[in-house]
Ligand binder design. Structure first.
Ligand code: PEP
Ligand code: MG
Length: 324
C-alpha cells in the first residue's frame, strides 16, 4: 500500500483520458512544506498565514513574515505558492489584537474586512508577499470577499505595498491575484469579479456554512452542515461556468477538495485545481487516475439533479464502489 502511494507521487495527476488537474497542498507554516513535497504537491494552493500570527504575544513584522514566505517559495522553486492574506476573526482569535466581542463573529469583522480597516496590519503582510515574489512564483489570495468594492480596495493596498517595497529597495517579481469564494455573494457575482482577478479558489468550508446558514462550530446544528449539499454544488457549478466564460481558472481549497466522494464530482464540474491537506494528495490522485473525465462529467450532472445531500452521497459512494 505504502509503496503504491510512493509510486503515485511521481505519476501525473490526470484521468484515464488525459484530463489533467493540478493537485496542490494546504499548509499553515513553512514546516508543512516537507510533507507537501513528500506527497507530491505541485505547489501550494492555500497558505493559511494566520498560523504565523497565532500562539505568540505580538504581531509578526514584515521581516519575519518575509522569511516564512520565502522559505516556502524557495522550497517550491518555480511551482506556485498561493499565500492567503490574514484570515482572522470568526472562530480565529489573536490575543494581542483585542478585537471587540461580537454577537455574530462569522458575519462580523473578520478576514479581509478587518485588514481593509487596519492598514498597519495589512500593508506589512502585503510587502512581505511582494518581497517573496522575487524568489519564485507567488500568488496572493484574499479571504471572505463579498463585493467588488472590497476586491478593488484590496488591490489598491496591493499596489501601495508594491510601491513601498520598491521604494525600500527590495527586488520584486510578478504576483497573480485571486480571491477565495466563500460567501454566496462572491459565488453569484463571479462574472462581475472575474475581470479583476487571475483566479478563484472556492473555500467550501465557509461557503457551506454561509449557504446553508449553519454555524460550522455549533454542535447543536452541526448535523445540518452537509459537505455534499446540493445548494453548495450548484453554487460551485455557477462559479466554474462563469469563471471559465471569462477565461479564469478555479480551484477548490476547502475540505471538499480532499474528499474521495467529492473529488470526482468537482473534476466533472470543471474545477481546475484541488488543494488539500498533504496527506490526502495521493489517495485523490490514485482515484482520479482510475476515472475518465467524461465519466466524471456524467456523475457531476447526475449530482446536480439530486435534491438532497444524502442522494448525492449515495450516488458518489456507488461510483466509488464500482471502481474498487
Ligand atoms: C474554507 O473556508 O473553505 C477555507 C479553505 O478557509 P478556512 O477553512 O481557513 O476558513
Ligand atoms: Mg474560510
Amino acid at each position: 500500500q505504502l509503496r503504491e502511494l510512493d509510486r503515485l507521487r511521481d505519476l501525473p495527476a490526470e484521468t484515464l483520458d488525459g484530463h489533467a488537474i493540478h493537485l496542490v497542498a494546504n499548509i499553515g507554516t513553512p514546516r508543512d512544506t516537507e510533507s507537501a513535497k513528500r506527497y507530491g504537491a505541485s505547489g501550494i494552493g492555500l497558505f493559511r498565514t494566520e498560523f504565523l500570527y497565532m500562539d505568540r504575544d505580538d504581531m509578526p513584522g514584515e521581516e519575519e513574515q518575509f522569511r516564512a514566505y520565502v522559505e516556502v517559495v524557495k522550497a517550491f522553486n518555480n511551482q506556485p505558492v498561493t499565500i492567503r492574506t490574514l484570515d482572522i476573526g470568526g472562530d480565529k482569535y489573536l490575543p494581542y489584537l483585542k478585537l471587540p466581542a461580537e454577537a455574530n463573529p462569522f458575519l462580523g469583522w473578520r478576514a479581509l474586512r478587518l485588514c481593509l480597516d487596519t492598514p498597519e496590519l495589512f500593508l506589512p503582510q502585503l510587502r512581505a508577499i511582494w518581497r517573496a515574489s522575487a524568489f519564485g512564483k507567488v500568488r496572493v489570495m484574499f479571504p471572505m470577499v463579498s463585493s467588488i468594492d472590497e476586491l478593488r480596495a484590496a488591490k489598491q493596498f496591493l499596489v501601495q505595498a508594491r510601491e513601498q517595497t520598491i521604494a525600500a529597495g527590495h527586488p520584486i517579481g510578478e504576483i497573480e491575484v485571486g480571491i477565495m469564494v466563500e460567501t454566496p455573494a462572491a459565488a453569484i457575482l463571479t462574472d462581475i469579479l472575474a475581470p479583476e482577478v487571475d483566479f478563484f479558489s472556492i473555500g467550501t468550508n465557509d461557503l457551506t456554512q454561509y449557504t446553508i446558514a449553519v454555524d460550522r462550530t455549533n454542535a447543536q446544528v452541526s448535523h445540518l452542515y452537509e459537505s455534499l449539499n446540493p445548494a453548495v454544488l450548484r453554487l460551485i457549478k455557477t462559479v466554474v461556468d462563469l469563471a471559465h466564460h471569462h477565461h479564469k481558472w478555479v480551484a477548490v481549497c476547502g475540505e471538499l477538495g480532499g474528499d474521495l466522494l467529492a473529488a470526482p464530482i468537482l473534476l466533472g464540474l470543471g474545477v481546475d485545481e484541488l488543494s488539500m491537506n498533504p496527506a490526502s494528495l495521493l489517495k485523490i490522485k490514485g482515484l482520479l487516475r482510475q476515472l475518465t473525465f467524461t465519466h466524471c462529467q456524467r456523475l457531476a450532472n447526475k449530482a446536480l439533479a439530486c435534491s438532497t445531500a444524502d442522494e448525492i452521497t449515495n450516488l458518489a459512494k456507488k461510483e466509488l464502489r464500482a471502481i474498487k
